[in-house]
Design a protein around this ligand. Structure first.
Ligand code: AMP
Length: 379
């Protein structure tokens, strides 16, 4: 299947070619025709499947064709995302896909000054990408009108619920026109999401691209059984062997992320921490240094890692295990993206063994086991 066969208009096809995409991914193949046919979508897809383009491309196309026929100003499409990193990442994708169209877009999120966002809105946008908290603030101040919304996208809906945005989302939804197309994407489908979908989606087409709980097949998954006190030595030895590779290390807490960065520094390995206590600017700098290859190692907490979108990230290391097994799937989904291979290494201390069992049960798959330090052979 090609993008041409999905009836994408030439101005977007040109941008897709420039991105270097050859063929649509599975979710794009399934979702693009459904969105273009103006149907609601309930998409169950993990990150790395190409889901952003699966909604962004057809929404840009529909708007481009509609705005040719009318000149009404106002925000026509709203994309809600849980974190500023993800919101920025979506906005960057729209930048790329819409560059040869008339479609204007903007992004708003908290933690930064509102003034430039007000000015951007005053100039006018067709598509607005937003995190729920800042959007609601600005709606309450009367800076944003959503009465012309025709397309609503909820991205990473499970994450938005996890982060406690449900009330904000309900308030936002109550201000949107009922007559609209709604697309909801979520990596997992817990009960709370299903009940939300019942109230906001109209006869949605279900799109489920990968079995709910299996990480991408191209990821090699290793688990090292290691004592807590040896985790730093193990990390250093893996990073030294993986010379020149970009590696994303996960830490459950911000405090531990800072500590790991310090220990790596002592061992002569430069790294940067990415977590919620860092300012927006330092998070963006850390991310762009990582993307450009200037920083080889990033130590991130789960929420901060959400916006990390790097093609060909070869390795992810779980320095410690997340409490919730699904989070493991999100973490390892950072590697092996868009058909590339990847390695996910997990450090498991004695008290974390149960968590590894839970993850393996959830995936229906075992990780390859290793010991650190490696057992000495007896002669
Ligand atoms: P997403 O699941 O939207 O976070 O996308 C994961 C990664 O796949 C991003 O880096 C995209 O740029 C990339 N990608 C999306 N669609 C395609 C495609 N059709 N071919 C190759 N790469 C793609």
């Amino acid at each position: 299947m090609t993008f041409e066969e999905l009836n994408i208009i030439p101005s977007i096809l040109k941008a897709i070619k420039e991105k270097g995409y050859i063929n649509p991914t599975q979710i794009q193949e399934e979702a693009i025709p459904v969105v273009l046919a103006k149907k609601d979508v309930l998409g169950c897809a993990q990150t790395g499947t190409g889901k952003t383009a699966s909604y962004a491309i057809p929404v840009i196309q529909l708007l481009q064709l509609e705005t040719a026929a009318e000149k009404r100003n106002g925000i026509k499409a709203l994309i809600l995302a849980p974190t500023r990193e993800l919101a920025l990442q979506i906005s960057e994708c729209i930048d790329d896909y819409a560059k040869y169209t008339r479609i204007k877009h903007g992004v708003i999120f908290g933690g930064v000054k509102q003034q430039p966002q007000n000015e951007m809105l005053r100039r006018g946008v067709d598509i607005l990408v937003a995190t729920p908290g800042r959007l609601l603030d600005m709606m309450n101040q009367g800076c944003i009108k959503l009465n012309q919304i025709r397309y609503l996208v909820l991205d990473e809906a499970d994450r938005m619920l996890d982060m406690g945005f449900i009330h904000d989302i309900k308030k936002i939804l109550s201000k949107l026109p009922v007559n609209r197309q709604t697309l909801l994407f979520s990596a997992t489908m817990p009960g709370a999401i299903l009940s939300l979908t019942k109230s906001i989606l109209k006869k949605p087409v279900n799109i489920n691209v990968t079995p709910q709980y299996s990480p991408v097949e191209t990821i090699e998954q290793l688990v090292y059984f290691v004592e807590k006190k040896d985790k730093n030595s193990l990390l250093i030895s893996i990073l030294q062997k993986a010379e020149n590779q970009s590696v994303l290390v996960f830490s459950r807490t911000k405090h531990n992320a800072n500590k790991i960065v310090r220990k790596l520094g002592i061992a002569g390995i430069a790294s940067e921490a990415l977590h919620g206590n860092k300012s927006q600017t330092s998070r963006q700098n850390a991310l762009s240094n990582f993307k450009s290859g200037k920083t080889r190692v990033i130590v991130a907490t789960d929420i901060a890692s959400r916006g990390i979108d790097i093609n060909e990230l070869p390795m992810v290391i779980n320095y410690d295990l997340p409490d919730v097994a699904e989070t493991y799937i999100h973490r390892v989904g950072r590697t092996g993206r868009a058909g590339n291979t990847g390695t996910a290494v997990t450090f498991c201390s004695q008290d974390e063994r149960k968590l590894v069992e839970n993850i393996q049960k959830l995936m229906g798959k075992k990780m390859n086991k290793k010991m650190f330090p490696a057992k000495q052979k007896t002669v």
